[in-house]
Design a protein. Sequence first.
Length: 251
Amino acid sequence: MSDYLYGRNAVLEHLKQGKEAEKLFVQKDGVRGVVHRIVAMAREAGIPVIETDARKLERMSEGANHQGVVLLATDFGYSTIDEMLASAQKAGHDPLLVLLDGLTDPHNVGAIIRTAECVGADGVILPIRRSATITSTVHKVSSGATSYMKITRVTNVNQTIEQLKKENIWIYGAAGEAQQSLWQTDFSGGVCLVIGNEGEGLSELTRKRCDALVSIPMVGHLDSLNASVAASVMLYEVFHARSGRGLREEG
């Protein structure tokens, strides 16, 4: 099965990684700048380049902003948790993973993958059921981060959590009502952040298996953040804590 990738960044990163593709579609009279570079890379890789009109590109991208370029790519290559842990070990740092519990919105998933890649996380874990998969929309929203980030799909979230605990990885669930804030949390060692569905939050079983539930301090009128924003705040707190600075620097 193939999938359409669209948008200049997503297509460019896919080609830079040397991943397979069947065809590249570009808008007529639109081969300039970055698109010209994309076309050159595709031809060098032996990928057929087809010029077409904007209407066809809109159909392939389901009306999204394709930026004049659509790539017909082959199946996404999912990784395994063992590969994620091996990557962290090779890099010489404690693992940092993100587990998404019931996130079905591809925009949230794509945004989280993008942030995870930016902070050097070792992998993103998606459940097979009740979760968005790696589609063209996720590729686009991640701005090509899916070409770098190791992503796996698991059949059972709670069994996966137990597996991670055996690898000395601490499980921290994001929960708005938690008494412990992320500023009070020690993120040293192996870490897996669990982000739940925006409407329902973490499932009850997942909540019970977390080593700790942590909240993000807020002082405004609203009491919650978008799932991808919450994940970004938590990922950067771990990133800053590991760099020895912490999210809040003293003056």
